[in-house]
Design a protein around this ligand. Structure first.
Ligand SMILES: *[C@@H]1O[C@H](CO)[C@@H](O)[C@H](O)[C@H]1NC(C)=O
Ligand SMILES: *[C@@H]1O[C@H](CO)[C@@H](O)[C@H](O)[C@H]1NC(C)=O
Ligand SMILES: *[C@@H]1O[C@H](CO)[C@@H](O)[C@H](O)[C@H]1NC(C)=O
Ligand SMILES: *[C@@H]1O[C@H](CO)[C@@H](O)[C@H](O)[C@H]1NC(C)=O
Ligand SMILES: *[C@@H]1O[C@H](CO)[C@@H](O)[C@H](O)[C@H]1NC(C)=O
Length: 612
């Protein structure tokens, strides 16, 4: 059942890419040339008179009549790897030569295998250094060079941002480890080499046995900590006579300087005393320079900590705070109260900053400061009032706002439990965020979004910036969408998503952008991976893994080990992939997405209650 679903999914995705071509002669010749070198004396049945795909050459797998995978494992191949002909097979994504007797080095021509995602060379007799060329294989996800006779330093593999597996154990590598981004790696082993130096930050994510057997390696998770940087060497005891004279010279020079300073200070304090009688000009000078360095309102400045939000520019006090909430604690909230209260910066993004402000009555508020919103103040006020009317329990309403020409401040209730982003990517919490909770968060967010969309569709107000950092968690850990309607999406923002750029001809639909954001949230919940570059990287990665039929590997390891129902996870993945369809017209509406997610959740709940 599971395989069938996955296959259906793969077919679904690849229908669009299906182009009927056959493997051309040049590619066939290249493949045979590669085989000659890697397996001297046996062509393993690869022959020019047949077709690699149609006739299913040994170890060759194709998609749409192009060679995708070459898997030649445990065949006692005893030649060498000739990358030049191999990399002429442009479509090649997977190469495995595991468990053979292949010797020699990895040639630098491997850089031409640009589409390689999986390279397994473990358990051979490869030797020499890994070429720098390897670090230019940007699409590489999994690299296994373990159990060989490689030596020398590693190239800077940290450049490959999407790498999830790196195996290099049992070789003779030396030098320091590159600055791997351990947060992205899922499997890692460099045991039994000759590495030295400090394990890069984040290595503690893996266990000791990923690093053992390297005498020179130190730092977490290994028990031996690295030596502190050497302080400057202690002075030698036998200072020679002329050195003593030099030091004596310094001491005397120092004394002169000190005496001179004392003299200066004494003179100045004398002058000051004089100034109280006649020096009016000088006094006004000092007080004006003080006002420049401090804040716009001298009266309240003594109440402000250096962390208060009043670093916002001075023109702000010209219009006042509009309070939307009728909660008694907030009814009389004044702009000045916000300015005076101690504030702590919680975050800072492209469009503004977020502060936590604690009022004198103890109430905590979140204040969002937005720059360059790009809409006139009047429109902004109108939007705020419309949004205040559309209330949903899982959408955080602004309790007050402030708006001047340059700056907008939005005041929300403060939510103590952080954002969905923190919950997913903060290290400690990953374990307790189980599949049932994630599905429920997905359903709640989708439902709240669908509600807001239907309430505000006529006004044309979409969220504009839906992402996990904007989903806050209340005291019961229920999700709450924040910052609804704050971003007036400019079309050029979206042109950063390559697929959208190409479809920019159709009129821009901000509601479908929100659906895209929802899709990314679903992928983030399922994979546990972070969204970067407008989600394009994550989307691309999910597509590539699904395409390679490594679908199981898409899901967050925590969910797999918890034993979450894989069929329902695949269905949620499908909804996510529909939502991020490059063509906005093909995406479901938020209402349709919410219905799909809710039916998956209902099914999950039925199965859990029938289990118990
Ligand atoms: C593997 O090949 C080598 C020579 O290439 C040969 O000596 C050895 O017997 C072969 N091993 C197996 C298991 O076929
Ligand atoms: C490492 O190199 C030494 C000598 O250079 C050699 O004896 C040993 O077999 C090598 N180890 C591995 C795992 O290849
Ligand atoms: C590994 O390489 C070293 C030289 O770099 C060589 O002396 C040694 O014999 C090789 N070991 C194996 C198992 O091939
Ligand atoms: C590790 O490297 C040091 C020098 O860098 C060398 O003396 C030692 O033999 C190496 N050990 C192994 C097991 O290759
Ligand atoms: C890493 O490789 C070493 C040597 O093969 C092995 O003992 C260890 O268990 C491996 N660690 C992991 C995490 O797989």
């Amino acid at each position: 059942m599971r395989r069938a679903t996955i296959r259906a999914l793969a077919i679904l995705i690849f229908l669009a890419f299906r182009v009927a071509t056959s493997v051309d002669e040049g590619t066939k010749q290249s493949m045979i040339q590669f085989m000659d070198k890697v397996s001297p004396g046996s062509d393993q049945g690869w022959s020019l008179s047949t077709d690699p795909c149609a006739d299913q050459w040994k170890g060759v797998e194709c998609e749409s009549q192009s060679v995708k995978r070459i898997v030649l494992e445990e065949l006692n191949l005893s030649g060498t790897l000739d990358a030049s002909p191999l990399c002429r097979v442009q479509s090649l994504a997977v190469l495995s030569l595991k468990g053979n007797n292949v010797a020699g080095g990895i040639p630098k021509e491997i850089a031409n295998c640009k589409h390689l995602t999986h390279l397994y060379l473990g358990g051979n007799r490869f030797s020499g250094q890994l070429p720098d060329a390897l670090s230019r294989l940007n699409n590489l996800k999994r690299l296994d060079v373990s159990d060989n006779n490689f030596s020398g330093p590693l190239p800077n593999l940290a450049r490959i941002s999407g790498m999830i597996t790196f195996f290099a154990q049992n070789n003779n590598f030396t030098g320091e480890l590159p600055q791997f981004d351990f947060a992205n790696l899922e499997h890692f082993n460099v045991s039994d080499n000759n590495f030295t130096g400090q394990i890069p930050d984040g290595g503690g994510r893996f266990q000791e046995n990923s690093f053992l057997g390297n005498l020179g390696l130190c730092g977490s998770p290994l028990p031996n900590s690295c030596p502190a940087p050497q302080p400057a060497k202690k002075k030698q005891k036998d200072v020679s006579l002329d050195k003593i004279f030099i030091y004596l010279g310094y001491v005397i020079l120092g004394l002169i300087v000190v005496l001179f300073l004392v003299y200066k200070i004494a003179r100045r304090s004398k002058k000051k005393e004089d100034g109280f009688d006649g020096g009016k000009n000088r006094r006004s000078d000092t007080s004006s320079s003080k006002a420049n360095g401090a804040l716009s309102e001298p009266k309240t400045s003594e109440n402000r900590s250096e962390y208060s939000i009043t670093s916002v520019e001075s023109g702000m006090t010209t219009s006042s705070l509009v309070v939307l909430s009728d909660a008694p604690a907030l009814r009389d909230l004044k702009f000045e109260d916000l300015l005076r209260a101690p504030a702590e910066q919680l975050g800072r993004g492209k469009h503004g900053s977020l502060y936590k402000v604690v009022l004198s009555n103890g109430l905590a508020l979140a204040v969002k400061r937005i720059k360059d919103l790009g809409i006139p103040s009047e429109d902004f006020k109108g939007r705020m009032r419309k949004m205040d009317r559309a209330k949903h329990p899982h959408v955080l309403p602004p309790v007050a706002f402030y708006c001047s020409k340059q700056e907008k401040l939005l005041v929300y209730e403060y939510k103590p439990n952080g954002s969905l982003f923190n919950l997913l990517h903060g290290m400690q919490n990953a374990q307790i965020f189980d599949w049932g909770s994630r599905l429920s968060v997905a359903a709640t967010v989708a439902e709240a979004l669908a509600f807001m969309h239907s309430e505000l569709r006529e006004d044309g107000i979409a969220h504009g910036n839906l992402k996990t950092t904007n989903i806050l968690l209340d005291k019961d850990m229920d999700p709450c969408i924040s910052e609804y309607g704050l971003m007036v999406v400019k079309t050029q923002d979206y042109s950063q998503i390559p697929e959208i750029r190409s479809s920019a001809a159709s009129p821009h639909d901000a509601f479908k952008d929100d659906v895209y954001g929802l899709g990314l949230i679903l992928l983030e919940l399922l994979t546990g991976k972070m969204v970067q570059n407008n989600g394009y990287d994550l989307a691309k990665w999910v597509h590539s893994v699904v395409r390679e039929e490594w679908t199981g590997e898409v899901f967050d390891g925590v969910l797999i080990s918890e034993g979450a129902d894989e069929e329902r996870m695949v269905r949620l993945l499908q909804v996510g992939l529909q939502c991020i369809n490059p063509s906005p017209a093909e995406r479901p509406s938020s209402r349709q997405a919410a219905a799909l997610i809710s039916s998956i959740k209902d099914e999950e709940e039925r199965s859990v209650s029938s289990d118990s």
